[in-house]
Design a protein around this ligand. Structure first.
Ligand code: F6R
Length: 604
């Protein structure tokens, strides 16, 4: 997830920018850069990897006296994590940093290129600075040029721009991505995309609203609304607690990460969907040549994502798919044949058991692919091919947004293979692509839904156990719901295929057995419903999650209308995550650091 900082004042500008970027490190990034305008000259430094690389590059760069500067940490989405793609981006005499997505960048880029502009990066951001410089030529002043530029951008952004002709000014704009400005009594201005870089520097901050744009100088903060009408800044005092600032108002990182799912899934999809096909620039289509089977291997939550993939691959890609728990696979002397594509799934890319299976597959001469959230991790370095999930850094030990992006990638990959193998017709493919575009709105947490889950959670703090049940792809979701609950509530929970309950587990049914039933309208509804009725008849307490009201349930959580079972999957995923969160909070547990668990399991 990208981060922005900016500074205008007489203190050590370089250090303030680097320190600010350090405060944003927790969000995750793969490259960073700064640009400083001092005494009429620009200095610009960029580095791939950790901030220490940028610090090394800037160690002889000194800033003294008045200067203006902007900085950025980038989590690659459009274009690889290279120095050229790192921000700030340069025009002829201006620099820009940007968080978010410029949706119409391709059209704007084409126009600018046809008027002779040369682009250096693969990013959407670079269009902003070239467009500004073009507008500057036909405007009476830089503010007018900046306002015209903003008007031409579609999408989400937080932007800082500095230009040589305005050596005491930073221009800003915000729409859909967060940004604030802080002031103190020393004619300084601080910008950032979240509170933490400003803590200790400013007591008073103004949070920009969508549509705001304007500029700051030592004496001024000029803000205009989306209609170009000047408005007053609304300064509020800034909390000085860094940990709570990182949580951005949420009680726990896990809660913040559940709320982030909509944005990170948009990032996962970005640049990968056309109307007719899935685009994975990172894959060579020959990867699938001679492949007759896919073997998926992972641990924990990533294993549940893999299991979801196994349903999608067989259903849409029509390719035989098998599934392995990494810790089992490594010791069971498995048969590996070269017509198998070996796919490992890992949020961290470091899980010891999964990494070992990847080494085994490579040693056996299999083609390998990793679905991973961390670029440059051990698995990414080892595998033949990588698809990054783009979930941003995940701090809560219980995985949420990483899982959401893994399943999103798998849905896309199933369609990508379906296209290669001609196993889905064009109209089916187009239908799926438009459904994929709907995921972000279905995982957005609605206030009334969250409130309802909060209220309901108080009925589920005791009992002798939980069964999460579902059929088909809702079975791995049931497993994942149960894992979430046991990880953070320490209550016993199991995921079960709904149709299997009568083969034994139903013996446990009584009012103190809680059944969380996943009842999708668009996949085996009647069959799953009868399984739930069997449990209800034996007096198990039922909490049903569905878009169809269910009168045999003690509690009912209604999801939004969905036109496809995969959208129901994502809606229900959010519900089971929130349910675990609220139960755990009521029990007084440390949601982000549950007992006995670690974020990255690098030992066997
Ligand atoms: C559960 C969870 C774990 C991980 C597992 C594998 O919330 O996070 O089950 O999924 O330890 O980790 P990765 O995905 O990093 O390989």
């Amino acid at each position: 997830m990208c981060g922005i900082v900016g500074y205008l004042g007489k203190k050590n500008t370089k250090q303030i920018l680097l320190d600010g970027l350090k405060e944003l490190e927790y969000r995750g990034y793969d490259s960073a850069g700064i640009a400083v305008l001092q005494n009429g000259n620009f200095s610009n430094y960029k580095a791939v990897g950790k901030l220490i690389n940028l610090e090394e590059k800037t160690k002889d760069f000194i800033t003294e006296g008045f200067a203006i500067g902007i900085g950025h940490t980038r989590w690659a989405t459009h274009g690889k994590p290279t120095e050229l793609n790192a921000h700030p981006h340069l025009g002829e005499f201006s620099y820009v940093v940007h968080n978010g997505i410029i949706e119409n960048y391709a059209e704007l880029k084409k126009e600018l290129q046809s008027s002779g502009v040369t682009f250096l990066s693969q990013t959407d951001t670079e269009v902003i600075v070239h467009l500004f410089e073009k507008n500057q030529k036909n405007s009476t002043n830089s503010l007018e040029a900046f306002a015209r530029t903003i008007k031409e951008l579609h999408g989400a952004y937080a932007i800082l721009l500095v230009t040589k002709s305005e050596s005491d000014t930073i221009f800003f704009a915000k729409h859909g991505s967060p940004m604030l400005v802080g002031i103190n009594g020393e004619d300084e201005k601080y910008f950032a995309s979240s509170d933490t870089p400003l803590i200790g520097h400013c007591q008073n901050v103004n949070y920009f609203e969508d549509g705001d744009y304007g500029y700051v100088t030592p004496k001024t903060v000029a803000i205009y609304d989306k209609n170009g009408v000047k408005k007053e800044a609304k300064f509020t005092s800034l909390s000085q607690n860094k940990l709570s600032a990182q949580k951005e108002g949420y009680r726990f990182f896990m809660e913040k990460e559940i709320y982030e799912q909509s944005v990170v899934i948009s990032d996962t999809l970005m640049g990968r969907l056309s109307d007719k096909e899935i685009i994975f620039d990172e894959l060579d289509a020959t990867l699938f040549d001679g492949i007759n089977e896919i073997k998926l291997c992972a641990c924990g939550t990533s294993y549940h994502a893999a299991m979801s993939a196994s349903y999608l691959f067989e259903r849409y890609s029509k390719i035989r798919t098998s599934l392995e728990i990494a810790s089992e696979f490594r010791y069971r002397e498995p048969i590996m044949s070269k017509d198998t594509l070996f796919v490992v799934i890992s949020q961290s890319g470091e899980t010891a058991d999964t990494l070992e299976t990847l080494k085994m597959a490579k040693a056996a001469g299999l083609k390998t692919l990793v679905i991973c959230n961390v670029d440059n991790s051990s698995m990414v370095r080892l595998a033949d091919a990588t698809i990054l999930t783009r979930a941003g850094i995940e701090k809560g030990v219980a995985s949420t947004k990483a899982f959401a992006t893994q399943v999103t990638v798998f849905w896309m990959l199933s369609l990508y293979i379906a296209k290669l193998k001609n196993s889905l017709g064009e109209s089916q493919l187009a239908k799926h692509i438009s459904l994929l575009r709907e995921i972000p709105s279905h995982v957005k947490v609605k206030d009334d839904m969250h409130e309802r889950i909060k209220r309901l959670s108080k009925r589920y703090l005791h009992g002798h156990g939980f069964f999460f049940i579902g059929r088909d792809i809702f079975y791995p979701l049931a497993l994942e719901g149960a894992l979430k609950l046991k990880e953070i509530s320490y209550m016993h929970a199991e995921g079960y295929p709904a149709g299997e309950m009568k083969h034994g587990p139903i013996a446990l049914a009584d009012p103190e057995l809680f059944t969380i039933a996943l009842l999708p309208k668009h996949l085996h509804y009647e069959k799953t419903k009868s399984n739930v009725e069997e449990l209800s008849a034996r007096d198990s307490t039922i909490c049903a999650i569905s878009q169809i009201p269910f009168d045999k349930a003690d509690d009912f959580i209604e999801i939004s209308p969905c036109s496809d079972y995969m959208l129901e999957f994502f809606e229900m995923m959010t519900v089971v995550q929130l349910l675990s969160l609220e139960i755990s909070i009521r029990l007084g547990n440390d949601v982000d650091m549950p007992r006995n668990l670690a974020k990255s399991v690098t030992v066997e």
